[in-house]
Design a protein around this ligand. Structure first.
Ligand code: MF3
Ligand code: CO
Ligand code: CO
Length: 269
């Protein structure tokens, strides 16, 4: 198993700052998500906000092995798009559209990564329920985080809750270590078995970002080389936080003034 980096106090403070800025971008863009705006325009607003805050949008020109450079500052994934939707000035939001906006910033050399779901106007009951269950999946995973827990604990609670709700978990993409690089060890699977995989230790930082489909778990890649859709065209939802393993549990690093509150079952003392 590859080595999972443990961050020191100075690195944690830098990653905390980057994570907060990423979350503040999501606060900033929220009121613009309305029928009639294009995903290209939403990307441009986020890009400008990031640059004005002396940071760099990490996706822009990001080019993992086997990929072409990513063309934009953000990923904006609409309805049946699972992830990595490429913003487009010709793609106008319609009433009831569900979108995920995924922001990763580099601030003073440190990375923070977070995404949220938004609706353009009033969503269908189905889209609303999928986004809510997916949000609860993320939080159930977060609540497993403490020293001595295993990555498989996170995977199992997410998989159990998603599948018991009649949904499926995307397998091909996972959470990841983050902070000094965009994608580091470990991989954080959103399915699995309790007690398996790496043991968590204080100072580890990783994302939890379940992609949950209303239909089957299968996906297909679009010819643009990035956009991922559900194979059966069913709706997909995703939420993402960057999480620090503390001495006693977890700290959500991607916090901001207007972030959605945790579900009632996750309210901390
Ligand atoms: N932010 C995404 C994640 O959560 C990664 C996007 S890669 C990009 O890991 F190049 F598409 F931006
Ligand atoms: Co992300
Ligand atoms: Co991520």
């Amino acid at each position: 198993m590859a080595i999972i980096p443990i961050k020191n106090a100075e690195q944690i403070e830098g990653i905390r700052k980057a994570s907060q800025l990423a979350a503040e971008v999501l606060d900033y863009v929220a009121p613009f998500v309305k029928p009639g705006i294009s995903t290209g325009e939403l990307d441009k607003l986020c890009h400008e906000f990031i640059v004005e805050h002396n940071a760099i949008p990490a996706p822009l020109n990001y080019c993992p092995p086997g990929y072409t450079p990513y063309p934009n500052a953000t990923c904006i994934s609409l309805n049946d798009v699972v992830c990595h939707g490429i913003p487009n000035f010709n793609k106008l939001l319609k009433k009831g559209d569900a979108i995920n906006i995924d922001i990763t910033v580099i601030k003073d050399g440190y990375y923070g990564d977070t995404s949220r779901m938004y609706f353009a106007g009033e969503p269908s009951i189905m889209a609303k329920r999928l986004a809510k269950i997916t949000y609860e999946c993320m939080w159930l995973g977060i609540m497993e985080v403490k020293p001595g827990a295993h990555l498989g604990d996170i995977g199992q609670v997410i998989q159990d809750y998603a599948e018991n709700s009649g949904y499926s978990v995307v397998r091909e993409f996972c959470g990841h270590g983050v902070g000094l690089e965009f994608h580091e060890e470990p991989q954080v699977l959103h399915y699995g078995r309790r007690g398996t995989l790496a043991e968590l230790k204080p100072g580890m930082i990783f994302t939890i970002e379940p992609m949950i489909n209303a239909g089957g778990k299968s996906i297909r890649a679009m010819p643009d080389g990035w956009t991922i859709r559900t194979k059966d065209r069913s709706l997909s939802a995703q939420w993402e936080h960057t999480i620090l393993v503390t001495d006693t549990g977890y700290e959500v690093l991607t916090v901001s003034p207007n972030m959605p509150p945790p579900p009632n079952f996750a309210k901390q003392k």
